[in-house]
Write a protein that binds this ligand. Structure first.
Ligand SMILES: Cc1cc2nc3c(=O)[nH]c(=O)nc-3n(C[C@H](O)[C@H](O)[C@H](O)COP(=O)(O)O)c2cc1C
Length: 222
C-alpha cells in the first residue's frame, strides 16, 4: 500500500482503523489533517467547527473510562458476539478493542460544532440548547478521516461520547456554545488498510421514482 494513495483508493479503503500504535503523531501532521478538515463546505461558509486536540494522559484516561463504560452499557448483549468468526463479530471485536485501549491512542480529536437552530425549527420552538449544526461538521469530519487515510494514519469516527457529553464540557472546559459532534482517535495503524464492506450501490439507488430500477444503475431493495 502506498503511503499517499490516490483519491479513489483512499475512499474505497477508508475503514474504521481501531487498532493503533502508541507512537506519537507530530503536531505538524495533526495540523495538516485539521487543515484538510477546514477545506470542507459548511452552510453559508460559516465554518462553525472547532477542534480540541487531546494528547494529555489524564484527559485521555478520563475520556476512555467513560467511553468504555457506555460502550458496554449500550452494546450489552451484542458483546457476546465479539468472538464470532463473521464480519460483524470482527467489527464488534475491533470496536471493543478501541474502547478498552482508547486512553492509549496518541491523539483524541474532539470535533465540535457551534450550536445553531436549523431554519426548519420555528422561533417559538427554540427552547433550551440548540444542537450543533451537524450537517456543517460532518463534511469536515469526513475530510479529516480522508486526510488521515491519505497520510497512512488510522482513525475512526466515534459518537459514544454523547452518553457523557456534559461531563466532557466540564472536564475539558468546552463552552456550551459548542457541542461535541464526533471524537476521532488517531494514530499509526497496527493493521493494514483494506477495502470497505458495503452493500452494492445499485441496491441503494432508485431511478426517477422511488422503488424504480434501471439496469446497470439502480436495483433498489425496499
Ligand atoms: C455517525 C457514526 C457514529 C459512529 N460511532 C462509532 C462509535 O461510537 N464507536 C465506534 O467504534 N465506531 C463508530 N462508528 C464507526 C462505524 O461503526 C463504522 O464506520 C462502520 O461499522 C463501518 O465500518 P468500517 O468504517 O470499518 O467500514 C460510527 C460511525 C458513524 C458514521
Amino acid at each position: 500500500m502506498t503511503p499517499d494513495p490516490g483519491l479513489f483508493e483512499t475512499i474505497h479503503t477508508l475503514r474504521a482503523m481501531r487498532r493503533l500504535k502508541p507512537d506519537p503523531v507530530p503536531d505538524a501532521v495533526i495540523q495538516k489533517i485539521l487543515a484538510a478538515g477546514t477545506c470542507a463546505p459548511s452552510g453559508q461558509n460559516l465554518q462553525r467547527w472547532a477542534f480540541l486536540v487531546v494528547t494529555d494522559p489524564a484527559g485521555k484516561r478520563f475520556f476512555g473510562e467513560r467511553y468504555d463504560h457506555w460502550m458496554r452499557d449500550r452494546f450489552g448483549s451484542l458483546l457476546s458476539h465479539v468472538n464470532d468468526p463473521t464480519p460483524d463479530g470482527r467489527s464488534m471485536k475491533a470496536a471493543m478493542h478501541l474502547s478498552e485501549h482508547l486512553h492509549e491512542a496518541p491523539v483524541l480529536l474532539f470535533c465540535c460544532g457551534k450550536r445553531d437552530w436549523p431554519f426548519v425549527v420555528p422561533a417559538e420552538s427554540r427552547v433550551g440548547l440548540a444542537p450543533p449544526s451537524y450537517g456543517s461538521i460532518y463534511p469536515c469530519v469526513q475530510n479529516i478521516l480522508l486526510a488521515c487515510r491519505g497520510l497512512g494514519l488510522g482513525a475512526s469516527l466515534t459518537t459514544m461520547h454523547q452518553m457523557f457529553e456534559p461531563e466532557m464540557h466540564e472536564f475539558f472546559g468546552i463552552p456550551l456554545t459548542h457541542g461535541v459532534v464526533a471524537v476521532i482517535p488517531i494514530g499509526y495503524p497496527q493493521g493494514n488498510f483494506g477495502p470497505v464492506r458495503r452493500a452494492p450501490v445499485e441496491t441503494k439507488t432508485h431511478f426517477n421514482r422511488w422503488g424504480q430500477g434501471k439496469p446497470g444503475l439502480a436495483a433498489p431493495t425496499l
